[in-house]
Design a protein around this ligand. Structure first.
Ligand SMILES: *Cc1c(COP(=O)(O)O)cnc(C)c1O
Length: 462
């Protein structure tokens, strides 16, 4: 399998190269050159299989023989053995035909674990094979950092440095990162805000001289392997609900569009999907684009669903590439124009998107109302991200005879602020984490100065 850039100018890469590379050299994102197909029979044969087995079968064509089957099976099995539920991603029925797909049973209680548990192991495998080591650097305001740390803590060939803004992340989120006491995990609290941390990571990728030739790897959601890992739960849940014999719809709380793009890939592989509903909070660029063809940046709004607070959805580019029928030049032109001025999609690509995608956006007051309403109707306490999905699914349901699956992207205990604001006493952490607030922490506080941070990384890496 070869991977090509959405902007059409970067060299095609193998799977191994694409896992080790972030953005393409032309500024685009990598996508598979051809979409592997799952036949009616392939899907029917998955009924009753374990999640790890379905994961192996769905992802195998993307790996394209670059890892032998036994080794890849073992990597997948290990990755999903870290989840606390035997089903890995269980379905929870809310009403006659609306289901929650619980993606929060991994080590950090949010769906990013599904991809990062696999990505850490894939990186380690390829580095081992090449006899190389690598450094991961990332900035986080919460969710991604802890999932990346959990995904890499057992990787011998990786050192991971996660920068968070000092005293500006919630205690639970900080402790999920700083209580991982592995030798290859380095938490850095930057005396500054998230943008300062992010800027230092970007500068380090742009000029990697301070690492004397060691590879710097990004684990953000533009890494193809993260999308690939997320395709699996769309297939597994649809099969559990009767695919390939009947269609399913999905509703996805969205920000950078990695999650819902993975669903679209499952559809393109042959999964019978009726529609995708994109749910957003007040940061609604995806909803504005689909509903009004208003493809423009707006000010960032801090919401009760902070992991969906974005200005631009980086992975939307991958869908645009398909909507523009893989015309990389047209995608590059649209996205370059969009950097500086409000833009709009051409008519035909927009019409193609509207065939498969609907959208809905809600503000903070509505998030609280939905948490109360969902509890009243179903006894479930939803986290604020999942709440955007619950409302969007109800509003954009379409054919009521088609099962609707709303993706539950985080455990409510992780976002207690919203739950308490909605009038509930809070949600206890699950048993394997109930001593989180007593565990030993380790982190280093550094000033927001690039040279100091880079010196720390260069000295501490093993
Ligand atoms: C990251 C995240 C999202 C958004 O996912 P995208 O793939 O960026 O669209 C939604 N909910 C939670 C809890 C997240 O952590």
């Amino acid at each position: 399998m070869r991977y090509i850039s959405t902007r059409g100018q970067a060299p095609a890469l193998s799977f191994e190269e694409v896992v080790l590379t972030g953005m393409a050299s032309d500024g685009g994102l990598y996508v598979p050159e051809a979409v592997p197909q799952l036949s009616h029979e392939d899907l029917a044969d998955m009924a009753g299989c374990s999640y790890a087995e379905i994961a192996f079968r769905v992802m195998k064509p993307y790996v394209g023989g670059e890892i032998d089957d036994d080794t890849f099976r073992e990597i997948v099995r290990d990755a999903y053995a870290t989840f606390s539920h035997d089903a890995v991603v269980p379905l929870n029925q809310l009403d006659a035909n609306h289901f929650l797909l619980e993606l929060f049973h991994g080590p950090t209680l949010a769906f990013k674990d599904v991809a990062l548990q696999l990505l850490g192991r894939l990186l380690d495998h390829f580095l081992q094979k090449r006899g190389e080591r690598a450094v991961i650097m990332g900035a986080t305001s919460g969710d991604t950092g802890s999932a990346a740390i959990e995904g890499c803590r057992h990787c011998d060939n990786l050192d991971i440095f996660i920068l968070h803004p000092h005293q500006r992340v919630s205690e639970v989120q900080r402790r999920q990162m700083t209580t991982v006491l592995a030798d290859n995990v380095f938490n850095v609290a930057i005396e500054g805000n998230f943008d300062d941390a992010q800027a230092m990571v970007k500068a380090s990728f742009a000029d990697q001289g301070f690492l004397n030739g060691t590879r710097l790897v990004a684990v953000n959601s533009i890494n193809w392997a993260r999308i690939m890992a997320q395709i699996v739960y769309y297939v597994a849940s649809a099969v559990a609900l009767g695919a390939p014999h009947r269609k399913v719809s999905f509703c996805v709380p969205s920000a950078n569009f990695g999650n819902v793009f993975a669903g679209y890939m499952a559809y393109r592989m042959g999964l019978p999907v009726e529609r995708f509903v994109i749910a957003t909070n007040a940061n609604d660029i995806l909803h504005r684009t689909l509903a009004d063809n208003d493809f423009s940046k707006q000010e960032l709004v801090a919401t009760l669903a902070p992991s969906m607070d974005i200005v631009v959805s980086s992975n939307f580019e991958r869908l645009l590439f398909e909507a523009y029928q893989r015309d990389g030049a047209a995608v590059a032109e649209l996205l370059e124009r969009f950097q500086d001025e409000p833009s709009a999609l051409a008519e035909a690509p927009l019409a193609r998107l509207r065939e498969m995608f609907a959208s809905h956006s809600i503000d903070d007051a509505t998030i609280l109302e939905v948490i109360r309403e969902a509890h009243h109707r179903t006894q479930e306490i939803l986290d604020p991200h999942t709440a955007t999905g619950y409302r969007a699914a109800e509003r954009q349901r379409g054919d009521a005879s088609v099962p609707m699956v709303t993706l539950a992207t985080a455990h409510p205990a992780k976002f207690a602020e919203a739950v308490v604001k909605a009038g509930f006493p809070g949600v206890p952490l699950p048993p394997h984490m109930d001593d989180l607030l007593e565990r030993e922490e380790r982190y280093t506080v550094l000033p927001a100065e690039l040279a100091e941070v880079q010196r720390f990384v260069a000295e501490q890496r093993r």
